[in-house]
Design a protein around this ligand. Structure first.
Ligand SMILES: C[S@@+](CC[C@H](N)C(=O)[O-])C[C@H]1O[C@@H](n2cnc3c(N)ncnc32)[C@H](O)[C@@H]1O
Length: 432
């Protein structure tokens, strides 16, 4: 008979770390496919998420201090031992877990597994970290340590050393929950005990299950980062217009377009992700035409008044929410996705009526996926020009506008209120 894995939060964290770091699976997918999570009490489930996210956010710092305690490196096959050390270190140095609990629970994990032979080593390393680790952490240069060098180099080259440090620091902090409401934000701000941000997005601090909040079941609002809500808002008046949302799933932006009164055609090649959009449409009692296909080869029955293209990207702009991202992506992904984005942009241009609007966006910090895409498109002779975004369209957020009239948000903007995802947004007008 197969052995049932233990229902211990820390043991689940070890399996999640293995899933992300060794098997290279997304953290959200790993969490979704972990059956033991639903059997845990809410508090333990929140602890699992916090612990795994903290380890992924602070991996560079954690591995460096562990390295200082080991006379020689652990054998490659002892990856689970390394993960046990990471788990103990994160609790001791970043989560203020009482030292005796952090150490004894980690040592017990080893003793109760096939790795009992490593229990003494784990005990010795964690005891030393308890004595000396906090002072070592205080001296660390956290920003470059927790950022893979290819990303660190890219951000330094693009934004300069100072901004790169702000960007990396923002990734160490859990993001708040942002909400877009279909109706009156003031009313819902009160009901949801949320703050209203300059763009009308509501922001709630503190965790909890959003599906249990007032208004979720009846579809009064949906979760969407402030920056992610901007592209649809920059499309102008949409009432009664034919609008295509390309790469639409799970549909946060398509919902905004529908609420603004557009006749929405939402296109995405992932039926699984579109299922979430269908559920959201139902919950919000909204309608849209759904097309499940590859945008690059799709020929629409008629041209659209406006098109939104939220292209697939490396998502380095959402590392606050998805700390697994830095461990799953590499420079090759940027080049690969940049070519896809160019093809999708060219297809999108061909779907817009002359005089119509095309908004392009990506949740990426990499200029190859943002600013350079627009230059490449315009240089290719496409029948389109920039339609610069004006400061009056982003009141209270003027710092996000570039000299070219595009939007570049960074994760530390509005830091005092909890930051925002990093997006690039460009608005274009189709020529005759
Ligand atoms: C950044 S996400 C879109 C998020 C969405 N716009 C929202 O606001 O919720 C990118 C989406 O592009 C889709 N996608 C990627 N390549 C595609 C292609 N060639 N054709 C259609 N959809 C594609 C993915 O399935 C994914 O759902």
């Amino acid at each position: 008979m197969a052995r049932t894995p233990p229902l211990d939060p820390r043991s689940i964290v070890l399996d999640l770390l293995d899933s992300v770091l060794a098997q290279k699976r997304l953290l959200d997918e790993s969490l979704d496919s972990e059956p033991r999570l639903s059997k845990l009490a809410d508090r333990d489930r929140a602890f699992v998420r916090l612990l795994v996210a903290t380890i992924l956010r602070r991996l560079g710092q954690i591995d460096q201090v562990i390295g200082r305690c080991l006379e020689r490196d652990l054998p490659v096959k002892a990856i689970r031992v390394r993960n046990m050390l990471r788990l103990g270190a994160a609790q001791l140095l970043f989560l203020d877990t009482p030292p005796h609990a952090a150490i004894s629970t980690t040592v017990d994990l080893a003793k109760n597994s096939q790795l009992a032979g490593f229990a003494k080593l784990i005990n010795a390393v964690l005891r030393r970290l308890d004595r000396e680790g906090r002072a070592w952490v205080a001296e660390q240069d956290a920003a470059p340590l927790n950022t893979p060098s290819w990303l660190w180099q890219s951000w330094r080259a693009t934004y300069g050393e100072d901004l790169a440090r702000h960007i990396a620091a923002a990734h160490q902090v859990e993001a708040p929950v942002d909400i877009t409401v279909a109706g009156d934000p003031t009313l819902w701000a009160e009901r949801l005990e949320a703050e209203i941000l300059p763009t009308g997005t509501l922001r709630r601090h503190g965790g909890g299950d959003v599906t249990q909040l007032p208004g979720f079941a009846e579809g009064a609002w949906w979760v969407q980062d402030l920056a992610a809500s901007l592209p649809a808002k920059l499309m102008g008046s949409l009432k009664g217009k034919q609008v295509a949302d390309l790469c639409a799933a799970p549909g946060g932006k398509a919902l905004q377009l529908a609420v603004a009164g557009a006749e929405v055609t939402a296109v995405d090649r992932s039926a699984k992700r579109m299922l979430r959009f269908r559920r959201n449409l139902e919950r919000l009692k909204l309608a849209a035409t759904i097309v499940e296909t590859d945008v690059a080869g799709w020929i629409p029955p008629a041209l659209f008044d406006a098109v939104l293209l939220d292209a697939p990207c490396t998502a380095t702009g959402t590392l606050r929410r998805h700390p697994d991202g830095v461990h799953l992506k590499g420079p090759g992904d940027v080049a690969y996705l940049a070519d896809q984005q160019h093809a999708l942009l060219k297809a999108a241009v061909s779907m817009v009526k002359p005089g119509g609007t095309l908004v392009y966006c990506v949740c990426s910090l990499e200029p190859q996926e943002g600013e350079a895409q627009i230059t490449r498109l315009l240089d290719s002779g496409a029948s389109i020009c920039r339609d610069p975004i004006l400061a009056t369209e982003v009141p209270g957020l003027e710092m996000i506008l570039t000299p070219a009239g595009e939007v570049r948000t960074l994760p530390h903007y509005l830091a005092e209120k909890g930051g925002m995802d990093a997006f690039f947004i460009a608005r274009l007008k189709r020529l005759e």
